[in-house]
Design a protein around this ligand. Sequence first.
Ligand code: MN
Length: 240
Amino acid sequence: MNRREYLTSTLGGFALLGSMSAVSASPNEAIRNRESGTAASYSLPRLAYSYDDLEPHIDAQTMELHHSIHHQAYVNGLNTALDKLAEARASNDFSLVKHWSREVGFHGAGHFLHNLFWETMSPDGGGEPGDADLKTAINKSFGSFRGFTRHFEAASGAVEASGWGVLAWEPDSDQLMILQAEKHQNLSPMVTVPLLAVDVWEHAYYLRYQNRRTDYVKAFLKVVDWDVVARNYATARSVL
Ligand code: MN
């Protein structure tokens, strides 16, 4: 998946969360969907780094379980749900449409958010954004980078049960927001574009950090690739 397809996938993911009607991993897949009437097949993304490359901040065992088992389950669940909905259309039997639509929402949101999560981490990450536009946006929206990190750590640490801490762009007023995604399948009111997401489900940190979720969020910020976040920001603004 190239950069463009990745971003389309992320933006498409939130279109999915917003409308529950459009599912597209890339423009080409969307076109194939329309022509064939069948669902696109999603796959587990290859990481740009090894499972042990984010040590000591994110441990290798967590990375392997998280990517190869947890994320793979979202991919499988999304493909199964889309197949079942294609079967429902073919047989004109929509008796289970509520169940499979919910499955698309749950597994689709999980898949797109994990893509964003992996993409915005790097062994060379951490520090502060170098990109001037992103820096300006963070200062304008949060007062300072320190204001952003304090707010992001607090919000992500306080997500009730499982979920995500999200840095998102709100296009209407052109500002950044920090959001909590308590149940990622229930984000239908969200009209913002996610730029950065930290996974705060226990599977993302428990082996190394146990109940110290905020320590994990601080560690996550030490591997954030701000160049990728800046590209997400620039691409979102150029598309919308
Ligand atoms: Mn996860």
